[in-house]
Write a protein that binds this ligand. Structure first.
Ligand code: NDP
Length: 295
C-alpha cells in the first residue's frame, strides 16, 4: 500500500513514519518538496504519486499566531483536509485526519463526548473545526482523531520548553485552571497504526474518535510532573516542583483564548479498538527517558 503522511517533520508525522512503515511504502514529502499551502502543487503530487491512503498530520499549529494569520491557518487546517477528502472520496479510499480539543468551547467540568456541540474560541480551533466538517461532509470514509496537548521528545512543545526554563530560571508561574490531558505523539501514532490495521480487516467503523491517554491534569500539574520525573532520571534543574506557582488563565493573557475544560471522553475509541489507553503520567516518564537518555 502506498501511504502519504503529511507533516512528517512534525511531532505526530514523525512518529507515524516510524509506525506505519510496516504497512507499506510511506511517502512523507517535506515542505521543500511539497508546500501544502499550494493547492495546485498538492493536486499535482496526488495525481503523480496516487497514494492509496492519506494520513494528514500537517497543520497550522501556532495557536496564538493563527489570530494574525487566519487565511494561512484556514488553508492548512480546513482547505487542505477538504482537498484530501475529495481525492479520497473520488477513489473510494479512507482518509485519516487529526483534530483538536480546541474545537470545543471549554465550558463545564465533564469530558467532551464526540457527539457534543462544538464552539471554538480561537482562530486555530475554528479552522480545525472547519477541517473536521469538510472531511465529514465529503462522503469519504474517514477516521478523525481529536487529540489534546501533544508533545514528544522531538519538536517544539510544552515539555521541552519547561525543561529549558527550569534550567535557566529559579521560579516559574504556570497556568493551573486549564484542565486537559497531555498526549504523546507516539501514542497517537501507535493507535493510528492499530486503527489502520483494523480498518483494513473491516473491523473499525469510520468516524470521529477522541484520542488521549487516561487521567487529567492542568498545565501547572504537567510542569510539576515533568520536573519530578526529570529529576528522578538524574536531571539537575534550578526549579523544584514545589517552586512552580499556579496562576489563573486571566493572569496570563495570550492573543488566542484557550478552553478551560479540554477533558475528552475516551470510551468510544477504547471500545472500538478493544484497547485500554495508558495513563498520561506513564507516557510522560517514557518520553522524558527517551529525551534525556538520548541527550
Ligand atoms: P507540528 O506543529 O509538530 O507539525 C506540523 C507539521 O505540518 C510540520 O511537519 C510542518 O512542517 C507541517 N506544515 C505546516 N505548514 C506546512 C506547509 N505549508 N507545507 C508543508 N508542511 C507544512 O504538529 P503536531 O504533530 O503537534 O500536530 C499533529 C496534528 O495534531 C495536527 O492536526 C494538530 O492540529 C493536532 N493537534 C496538535 C496539538 C498540539 O498540541 N500540538 C493538540 C491537539 C491537536 P515544517 O516542519 O516544515 O513546519
Amino acid at each position: 500500500m502506498k501511504i502519504l503522511v503529511t507533516g512528517g517533520s512534525g511531532q505526530v508525522g514523525y512518529e507515524l513514519q516510524r509506525q506505519l512503515c510496516i504497512l507499506g511504502e510511506v511517502h512523507a514529502p517535506n515542505r521543500a518538496e511539497l508546500d501544502l499551502t499550494d493547492a495546485t502543487a498538492v493536486d499535482k503530487w496526488l495525481g503523480g504519486h496516487q497514494p492509496e491512503l492519506i494520513i494528514n498530520a500537517a497543520a497550522y499549529t501556532a495557536v496564538d499566531k493563527a489570530e494574525e494569520e487566519p487565511e494561512l491557518a484556514r488553508r492548512l487546517n480546513a482547505e487542505l483536509p477538504a482537498q484530501f477528502a475529495e481525492y479520497s472520496a473520488m477513489r473510494g479510499q479512507w482518509l485519516v485526519h487529526y483534530s483538536s480539543d480546541y474545537v470545543y468551547p471549554g465550558s463545564g467540568e465533564t469530558p467532551w463526548q464526540e457527539g457534543d456541540g462544538t464552539g471554538p474560541i480561537s482562530v486555530y480551533g475554528q479552522t480545525k473545526l472547519e477541517g473536521d466538517e469538510a472531511v465529514q461532509q465529503s462522503g469519504c470514509a474517514h477516521l478523525i482523531f481529536r487529540t489534546s496537548w501533544v508533545y514528544s521528545a522531538r519538536g517544539h512543545n510544552f515539555m521541552k520548553t519547561m525543561l529549558r526554563l527550569a534550567r535557566e530560571r529559579e521560579a516559574l508561574r504556570i497556568v493551573g485552571d486549564q484542565i486537559g490531558v497531555p498526549t504523546t505523539a507516539r501514542l497517537i501514532a501507535e493507535v493510528t497504526l492499530l486503527a489502520v490495521k483494523q480498518r483494513g480487516e473491516g473491523r473499525l467503523e469510520p468516524g470521529l474518535y477522541h484520542l488521549a491517554p487516561r487521567g487529567e491534569t492542568n498545565w501547572h500539574g504537567f510542569a510539576q510532573a515533568i520536573f519530578r520525573h526529570a529529576e528522578a532520571l538524574g536531571e539537575t534543574l534550578q526549579v523544584k516542583p514545589d517552586q512552580v506557582v499556579s496562576i489563573a488563565t486571566a493572569n496570563y493573557p495570550t492573543p488566542a483564548r484557550r478552553p478551560l475544560n479540554s477533558r475528552l471522553s475516551l470510551e468510544k475509541v477504547e471500545q472500538a479498538l478493544g484497547i485500554t489507553l495508558p495513563n498520561w503520567e506513564s507516557q510522560l516518564q517514557l518520553t522524558l527517558a527517551e529525551l534525556l537518555e538520548d541527550a
